[in-house]
Design a protein around this ligand. Structure first.
Ligand code: WTA
Length: 634
């Protein structure tokens, strides 16, 4: 078997032909060069692979750290590199996007066609009063118009704020309100598992609570009757048919450090925060990481199966593939609809060469057995990828053997909404160990350290830290720079290190094994949720006085949510109430945030200052030692 030849112990060595064909053939050399001269390394890449309206004065400005700046003084627009420049080359006629809806409808957009739609929608947004620096909220399913809307915002210098289509009323309302968006782009609905997710209806409810939105643009996708508010609401197809929808709309000239988008993500406490990314560094970082890690070539068909509503989709469905002039595939619906071989049938149908997905999806499809993938010709695949949570070696091996037929290296990429692009990741030339993201992307200096910042011994758990800046890094939290400093740069302030909030181990070979979050973030099926938001959804129900949530390990989903509720006087815990509360969270936050179980309790463990000690709840739920209880109130 091919596998046995390539494996030594538990290490998978890349086949010589994989290395020979890869963009980067010697990781050690490139990494050492990058570390020796970081600005020189990124400056060279930025010069050789991208077009700038005006070059930079400084590659990296560290004078106001941790408010780092990249490509300072340069003028650029990410859209110039993702679309405009391709209009002058043969890429113009190439497929940018292959799309398949859940019901089987298909569409193809060449680069020329995509640019045409984006330009028209950009001028539609301008005509609705959207200007450079404004925020536009986008709330849609996985359809090409989602991508078009995002790109149109970037083209005119407005920040998009995409809210995942699986979120619901309150989650959407909170994000609209915080961003003070003027315009909402949505769809009547989205197809999922054969049913309609009523996006416009949810948006209407959210808008009853939010005041900043002046116009709503709705894409007709599912076709059911929806309520349109006159003066505020427009159909996408109506606006796109007007003369104002100008296919020659100019691309706004931006500073490299001007904001590109915000994306809300959950952190340690309180409300989700608006992570801010910029045009220049993010463009260079996302495109370079995709090119090197997934070895993108002109004839690849790249499928990032994430949702564009999360950072994985932003970086690796929307921006990086277009900048590289690659062909992407996008699928609207559920992997198991109508049967558990939907994904595999599409791999064969479109000749997908690279598939990038999450461990939870792999485990979910693994459940149905090998016969489903084995029915299809998967021989077009040459590389596989994983993201979102640690991949358990069992799922890794199944993915490698059953899907990759033992010839596709698996790129396990660790990164975050905040980092913008891959940070810990193999390249195709790097030997793999199932369950480890291997080492830092060239130029990323990282370590695993203890409380004092000292490196821990091999295979001991510690804090993951990143020691130097990278081009796609978040620049701030919109509207809350103090929280940016506090959250990421205070724990190891003296050393000037970035704290991702994950714990990890490093083995004898320097390979990193990410363990999980050290804060109140729960990863459910790879989706990042904050306990605070779920708790506040619970407390917004009339029966609940106080709530606490924790994540407990789950074989399929990685983690599931366990909630504890103290009820208000006059309410009693029952199965019926548990159901009602779960539905309430589903309505406010979205189905993914529904607690798997709810315990009704009389008190919650708290510190003397009143902070809920979720750590104690978690230890209790898992039957572990309760640890240091000295700060517990009683
Ligand atoms: C986790 C997703 C282990 C991690 C791109 C991180 C991972 C959080 C991996 C960020 C991986 C992501 N192995 N853990 N390959 N990738 N994580 O912001 O805990 O949604 O901090 O970005 O996901 O989640 P986010």
């Amino acid at each position: 078997m091919a596998d046995e030849k390539k494996m030594v112990g538990d290490v998978y060595f890349p086949a010589p032909e994989v290395i020979a064909n890869a963009h980067i053939k010697d990781y050690e050399k490139v990494h050492a060069e990058a570390l020796a001269d970081l600005p020189g390394f990124w400056g060279k890449i930025a010069t050789e692979n991208f077009e700038w309206y005006q070059p930079w004065e400084t590659v990296l400005d560290e004078s106001n750290a941790p408010f780092y700046k990249w490509f300072v003084g340069a003028k650029v627009n990410i859209i110039h590199n993702a679309l405009d420049r391709h209009m002058r080359t043969a890429v113009r006629n190439k497929a940018a996007l292959l799309f398949e809806g859940e019901k089987g409808d298909t569409r193809v957009y060449t680069y020329q066609q995509l640019n045409y739609e984006v330009s028209k929608f950009a001028s539609v947004l301008r005509s609705l009063g959207v200007q450079k620096g404004d925020r536009v909220t986008i709330y849609m399913g996985r359809i090409p118009e989602l991508m078009i809307a995002m790109l149109a915002c970037a083209k005119i210098g407005a920040m998009h704020s995409v809210v995942y289509g699986g979120f619901s009323t309150e989650a959407l309302h909170g994000r609209i309100e915080d961003s003070a968006s003027k315009v909402l782009v949505t769809a009547d609905g989205a197809w999922l598992r054969g049913s309609i997710v009523p996006l416009k209806q949810i948006a209407n409810e959210a808008l009853e609570r939010a005041g900043t939105i002046q116009s709503v643009v709705t894409v007709k996708r599912t076709g059911q009757e929806v309520e349109m508010v006159s003066g505020r609401d427009h159909w996408y197809h109506d606006l796109m048919a007007l003369p104002i929808a100008d296919p020659k709309a100019p691309t706004e000239v931006m500073d490299a450090e001007d904001p590109l988008y915000i994306l809300y993500t959950s952190g340690t406490t309180g409300k989700p925060k608006a992570i801010l990314h910029t045009h220049g560094g993010y463009m260079v970082g996302t495109a370079t990481t995709l090119k090197w890690v997934f070895d993108i070539k002109a004839d690849d068909i790249w499928w990032c199966a994430a949702d564009p509503g999360w950072v994985t989709g932003h970086s690796y469905i929307v921006y990086a593939p277009l900048i590289l002039g690659a062909t992407s595939f996008m699928y609207e619906g559920a992997p198991t609809h109508p049967y558990p071989d939907r994904w595999w049938s599409m791999v064969a149908k479109y000749g997908i060469t690279i598939l990038y997905t999450a461990p939870t999806a792999i485990r979910g499809l693994m459940r149905f057995g090998e016969s489903w993938p084995n029915r299809h010709d998967l021989s077009s695949l040459r590389l596989l990828g994983s993201v979102g949570e640690p991949i358990n070696p069992e799922a890794w091996k199944w993915y490698h053997r059953v899907i990759g037929k033992e010839k596709c290296p698996i790129m396990d990429t660790w990164w975050q909404t905040e980092t913008g692009h891959f940070m810990i990741t193999p390249l195709p030339c790097v030997p793999l160990k199932p369950g480890s993201g291997t080492r830092g992307f060239p130029g990323v200096d990282l370590d695993v350290v203890d409380e004092d910042g000292e490196p821990v011994a091999a295979n001991e758990e510690g804090f993951l830290v990143i020691k130097n800046p990278w081009p796609g890094m978040l620049r701030t939290i919109l509207g809350d720079p103090d929280r940016y400093v506090q959250q990421y740069w205070t724990r190891f302030q003296e050393q000037g290190w970035y704290l991702p909030g994950d714990s990890a181990k490093k083995d004898e070979d320097g390979y990193i094994w990410v363990i999980g979050r050290i804060d109140d973030v729960i990863k459910v099926s790879g989706y990042r949720l904050g306990t605070a938001e779920i708790e506040s959804a619970l407390v917004s129900h009339e029966a609940v006085a106080e709530a606490a949530c924790i994540g407990v390990p789950d074989e399929l989903k990685g983690n599931i949510i366990k909630a504890y509720c103290i009820l208000r006087q006059g309410f009693e815990g029952s199965e019926k109430l548990e159901m009602a509360l779960r539905d309430h969270v589903g309505h406010e936050m979205g189905p993914i945030a529904k607690p798997a179980t709810i315990d009704f309790v009389d008190s919650l463990p708290k510190t003397r200052s009143g902070k809920i000690m979720r750590r104690v709840l978690k230890a209790q739920a898992l039957g572990q030692e309760l640890g240091d209880l000295s700060t517990l109130a009683d």
